[in-house]
Design a protein. Structure first.
Length: 144
């Protein structure tokens, strides 16, 4: 887990994605329990999704879609599902489309149009160095 954290802090999208998944699942890559932390998971998934990693975009969209919509989470979910759908094929693209359908069901026509415009103008960010990486919660216990 130390190496994964080091690589995630260095801006590696795959490592950021994996770290985000670990926080969702509540265990590290060796199956040892770590504190589940949805907020920390979203931070790392967002860092990877912003770099254009479709798996992170779908996982992030699912996290937003599962939240109550009072903070615009369905629009966020719809955006990330749209972005992932454009880069995936086969069953993964179908999964992203199903996510789009689910997230858009509770959105107004104006919200849909605004989110589609954001998706059309979206560009992935370059790999972020440690200074710009999401902070790590003090609750994390690093396994050796």
């Amino acid at each position: 887990m130390k190496r994964l954290l080091r690589e995630a802090l260095a801006g590696d999208a795959e490592s950021q994605f994996n770290l985000g998944v670990f926080y969702v699942n509540g265990q590290d890559d060796n199956g040892h329990p770590i504190p589940g932390d949805p907020a920390e998971s979203i931070k790392w998934l967002l860092a990877a999704a912003k770099q254009g990693l479709p798996r992170a975009q779908i996982k992030l969209a699912e996290a937003y879609a599962d939240q109550p919509n009072r903070t615009g989470s369905h629009a966020k979910a719809y955006l990330w599902f749209l972005l992932a759908r454009g880069r995936l094929e086969g069953i993964h693209r179908e999964k992203a489309q199903a996510g789009c359908d689910r997230a858009s069901a509770g959105m107004t026509a104006e919200e849909l149009a605004k989110t589609i415009r954001r998706a059309e103008h979206w560009k992935p960010t370059l790999r972020k160095a440690a200074a710009a990486a999401p902070p790590v919660s003090g609750q994390v216990r690093i396994q050796q």
